[in-house]
Ligand binder design. Structure first.
Ligand SMILES: C[S@@+](CC[C@H](N)C(=O)[O-])C[C@H]1O[C@@H](n2cnc3c(N)ncnc32)[C@H](O)[C@@H]1O
Length: 459
């Protein structure tokens, strides 16, 4: 063990042991310490901890190490509720008191704006959950076979090794009931999980969804084969064990990739979509469509979007990256007209269905990439007062941001689940003449390092 001062020139080597004080947290939730002037990243360590680590990799500007002993725990450290917390790659912050998690998530957002956007913006108090457990409505479980037993869970951190999961503190309890039933029925019928190495076997992933408002379930089996063996027996056994099931779907993915879904989905049994409620609106969700994973916080997030948009009833709103139309439909009562744009065809069909389901008219949902559809909308002379942006983690294409800026849209409300791409895109919009009103973080993903934000920008 070694506490000597190490200069940057002196290279830390793999296998060495050091003691470090953890003073920060990366956006992936790893603790940050220093050995001399070298930054060292430590999974499962938190600010305030003093830990002994074994170096597992060392580069010129940083090293990574694994905890061998917590010498002095932070006063904010707690015992994780999940028995597999340190193995499972799902949660990164379970060993932190919830209030401390919220503190560091807000800090992550502030850092992204100062470091990446070089902007000094108002980051408001993060909106956390009252009861941050059992909040997830969706599970995407890889499946495998160990010692003749079907296992299903999450990938161990930074690996493709499956950690079998019988309990999970962030999933809704119905998801765990369904997951246990799926494992036992697949085992009973001898339906083989897919093996990534040999590329043999049938089931690649099991994707589950719960409706929090109706206590019902949808399950999608992603297979490596076009044919689903013993499909009838599987359906009968599953619906007998899990009466909450209302929909069983089959998606075919024969490609050699990490992408979960293939292009073809069919409903094997039951409803074509699951119905859930946000506020006073009902939403139909089909197997491949995006729906926010935390319905309790989604209500809070969409209220924040409503507040930021501050519509008077006269505005035309473009909801870009609209998914199944949720945000647009949520604020549609205060708008004069609404256009939604989304690239997944099934999600656009869901969005149109959802408008009808809620009796909302004066809305149009268009299928295509936002960066390609928006120029068409402009050419057709569509008016716009407020643009809502809610892109995936990688953020918006710069050509879309450029088109919106040139159009001088008075207000943009940007919803993002990735502070880094958000800060990059906001910096661009500021260069193009926008001003940031404020940033409102919302904790959609307790116990993980992820954080959602709503940003309002005006010309
Ligand atoms: C973070 S989700 C937001 C969905 C929706 N706003 C909500 O709150 O449920 C992002 C959505 O953008 C869609 N998407 C991804 N790239 C896109 C693009 N270039 N143009 C249009 N939609 C896209 C995805 O299919 C997904 O539905």
């Amino acid at each position: 063990m070694d506490r000597k001062i190490v200069s940057t020139k002196e290279r830390i080597k793999s296998g060495e042991e050091h003691e470090v004080e953890i003073h920060g947290l990366t956006h992936d939730g790893e603790g940050v310490g220093r050995i001399g002037s070298l930054a060292v990243f430590v999974p499962d360590a938190m600010p305030g901890d003093s830990v002994r680590i074994r170096i597992i990799s060392s580069k010129k500007s940083y090293a990574r190490g694994l905890i061998t002993q917590i010498v002095q725990p932070s006063s904010q450290r707690k015992t994780p509720l999940c028995p597999v917390a340190t193995n499972c790659g799902g949660c990164q912050l379970q060993y932190m008191e919830y209030e401390t998690q919220l503190f560091w998530k807000k800090r992550q957002v502030e850092d992204a704006f100062t470091r990446i956007a070089k902007l000094n913006v108002e980051v408001r108090k993060i909106k956390g959950m009252e009861d941050p457990a059992g909040y997830r409505n969706k599970g995407q479980f890889p499946i495998g076979m160990v010692n003749n037993q079907v296992i299903m869970g999450f990938y161990r951190k930074r690996t493709h090794e499956i950690v079998d999961l019988d309990a999970c503190m962030i999933q809704h309890p119905l998801t765990m009931k369904l997951s246990l039933a799926v494992k036992s029925v697949l085992h009973e019928l001898g339906i083989e999980p897919y093996n990534e190495k040999t590329r043999q076997g049938v089931i690649r992933h099991v994707v589950t969804r719960v409706s929090f408002s109706e206590d019902t379930l949808m399950v999608t089996f992603v297979t490596n084969t076009a044919k689903f063996p013993q499909q009838e027996e599987l359906i009968q056994k599953l619906i007998a064990q899990v009466p909450e099931l209302v929909s069983i779907a089959h998606n075919i993915n024969t490609s050699d990739t990490n992408v979960i879904f293939g292009d073809k989905t069919k409903i094997l049994w039951g409803q074509a979509n699951l119905i859930d409620t946000i506020g006073y609106l009902k939403f139909a969700i089909s197997p491949r469509s995006f729906f926010q994973v935390n319905p309790v916080q989604t209500h809070i997030l969409y209220d924040e979007v409503k507040k930021a948009a501050a519509l008077t009833g006269a505005e035309t709103v473009w909801d870009l990256y609209c998914g199944i139309g949720t945000i647009g439909l949520y604020i549609a009562e205060d708008a004069s007209e609404l256009y939604g744009v989304e690239e997944v065809k099934e999600a656009v069909e869901d969005a149109r269905h959802n408008a009808r389901l809620n009796g909302i008219t004066d809305v149009q949902f268009l299928c295509g990439k936002a960066e390609q559809v928006v120029p068409d909308l402009i050419e057709q002379g569509a008016k716009v007062d407020v643009v809502l942006l809610d892109p995936p983690r990688k953020g918006c294409e710069v050509e879309l941001l450029s088109t919106i800026s040139q159009l001088e849209v008075p207000k943009i409300v940007y919803v993002s689940c990735n502070p880094s791409s958000l800060a990059r895109d906001v910096a661009y919009l500021v260069e193009q003449g926008y001003e940031v009103g404020y940033v409102q973080p919302v904790d959609m993903f307790p116990h993980t390092s992820h954080v959602e934000c709503v940003v309002v920008l005006e010309r």
